[in-house]
Design a protein around this ligand. Structure first.
Ligand code: MSP
Length: 503
């Protein structure tokens, strides 16, 4: 199996991340864990984006230095990622000295090449989004991304020759249909940004200090998106003077997972920066939808923000991971509220998954003292059931390969539902009444345990703790994804996997 380099966006250290930002990291984690499960050599990078005027201002308001401010929030973000059981291989920070040095070298390399030149910037700037806009891009005179006021700014600045790469980029996107996914995001990039034409991009600022200084003109700091995007290469050993072996192994990245609002930066600026450095482009940029609260954008000022730690304290980490991974479709925004989380816990986790495991193990203990082997006495219903067990992995894998993560989880839950139905159809409690059915009864329980084992194994990327617990309860360490006729089960006493929430 091949190497798989996956990155999430690096979160701004302007404020504690809400459950929406947390959705992205859990999604990235599920993908990373799945690739590991199927044997890929995974490298998963995440971290924090720590420069820019917004952070400088926040620190000033808080009466601390920018460095103290970002140390605190970056620590908070990492704590939440750890709480969510995120299996990142590296947590990077853009205030890391090595990153800063390489960004300076990158800027110089682009300048020496003639891709960066000095000019004057006059434009409309949205401070919260760190973005410049043209008058025609504004919506009702305000920032088209966040709807806030923009202000006129004029300053001496360095520019990157984005226009030089425009035609090459359009052709590249057309020739590589998988490069920007989902399809709707790709069309948005082509129609809204590329077709109208790319203007050169302002890549330095003189109006504030909290950034990486340009070595040959230190009153300028590097534009925060040039600084941030390069995190994907500076932290794996890229160096304009000679990159490391690790870099040659890992680059190009297999998947940049980012929110739909920042696909633009990843699919337009980033490829042009990489071409300027003569580097290949990442294989895929996936713009995931957003998580809304009560169908509205989360915002502190509106008072509709949920935080991962509050939810985890109340419902447990895997219930929240399940909710996030199951509830947000491939392309459209998803919704969250405590009420919805509780409904899901009851209907899916307690009723379907928890019940199946509990019922099966209890019957195994009651009828066979917890020791079960395959007697192979299968009726038609059982053979059909074994077929569904054997089919689940391919379904999950093909959905995961195309990043339909919610659908892959549904594939597993479909088999869990089928397993509950299989119990109802076979009615082990009826079989148990007559000793001559003993072998059929043991076969039925064996088949159920195989289903629980396969589902338990496949659930690891989504609910790592519960997956482990399920496999412990049935005493299995087998990582096979299909029905095996030759296992022997010695069952442990079941404990409730999920508590029903009574509203
Ligand atoms: N710092 C930039 C990313 C730089 S990557 C080189 C940034 N940071 S952010 O903190 O604002 O957002 C981090 C990620 O969270 C982004 O991918 C963003 O799209 C995502 N989300 C922010 N709000 C979200 C929801 N409500 N729902 C889902 N994802 C959300 O952008």
């Amino acid at each position: 199996m091949g190497k798989f380099y996956i990155s999430s966006a690096i979160a701004y250290t302007s404020a504690k991340p809400h459950i929406g930002n947390t959705y992205e990291i859990v999604l990235a984690d599920a993908i990373a864990r799945f690739r590991r499960l199927i044997g890929d050599d995974v490298y998963f990078q995440t971290g924090t984006d720590e420069h820019g005027i917004k952070i400088e201002e926040k620190a000033e308001n808080a009466g601390v230095s920018p460095q103290e401010y970002v140390d605190n929030i970056s620590g908070e973000i990492r704590r939440i990622w750890d709480l969510m059981n995120v299996s990142y291989d590296k947590f990077v920070r853009t205030t890391d000295k090595h990153h800063e040095e390489i960004v300076q070298k990158i800027f110089k390399k682009m300048y020496d090449k003639g891709d960066i030149y000095k000019g004057e910037y006059k434009g409309l700037y949205c401070t919260p989004c760190e973005s410049f806009w043209t008058p025609s891009e504004l919506v009702d005179g305000k920032c088209p991304d966040c709807g806030r006021e923009v202000k006129e700014v004029a300053e001496e600045a360095y520019f990157f020759k984005l226009s030089k790469y425009q035609d090459r980029l359009i052709k590249y996107i057309e020739d590589h249909p998988d490069f920007i996914q989902p399809e709707s995001r790709k069309n948005e990039m082509i129609n809204n940004f590329l077709k109208p034409g790319l203007k050169d991009l302002c890549v330095s600022r003189t109006s504030f200090n909290w950034g990486i200084p340009v070595t040959f003109d230190p009153k300028h700091v590097v534009y925060v998106w040039l600084d941030a995007l390069t995190n994907y290469i500076t932290n794996i050993g890229y160096d304009p003077d000679g990159s490391s072996e690790e870099f040659n192994k890992l680059w190009p990245c297999d998947l940049h997972l980012v929110g739909k609002d920042i696909v633009r930066f990843h699919s337009i600026y980033w490829p042009c920066f990489l071409w300027s450095l003569d580097l290949p482009l990442p294989k895929k940029i996936f713009g995931h939808p957003w998580l809304l609260m009560n169908n509205d954008k989360m915002s502190k000022s509106k008072g509709n923000v949920l935080y991962a730690d509050d939810l985890v304290n109340k419902y447990g980490v895997d219930s929240i991971r399940y909710y996030l991974l199951h509830e947000i479709p491939y392309e459209n925004d998803g919704n969250i509220s405590e009420e919805l989380v509780e409904q899901r816990i009851n209907s899916d986790l307690a009723n379907i998954l928890g019940n199946l495991v509990q019922r099966t193990i209890s019957m195994g203990i009651k009828y066979f003292d917890g020791s079960i082997e395959n007697k192979g006495v299968n009726d038609e219903e059982s053979l059909k059931f074994i077929d569904s067990i054997n089919g689940v992995f391919d379904k999950v894998k093909s959905h995961m390969d195309t990043l339909h993560v919610a659908d892959s989880l549904t594939d597993i839950f479909d088999l869990l539902r089928d397993s509950n139905k299989y119990i109802d159809v076979e009615a082990p409690w009826v079989l148990a009444k007559d000793d001559k059915n003993k072998e059929i009864l043991e076969t039925v329980l064996y088949n159920l345990l195989e289903s629980i084992r396969v589902c338990g194994t496949l659930l690891e990327p989504y609910m790592p703790d519960k997956s482990k617990k399920i496999l412990e309860e049935i005493n299995s360490s087998s990582k096979e994804f299909t029905f095996n006729s030759n296992n022997k089960y010695i069952l442990n006493k079941p404990e409730a996997l999920f508590m029903r929430i009574n509203g």
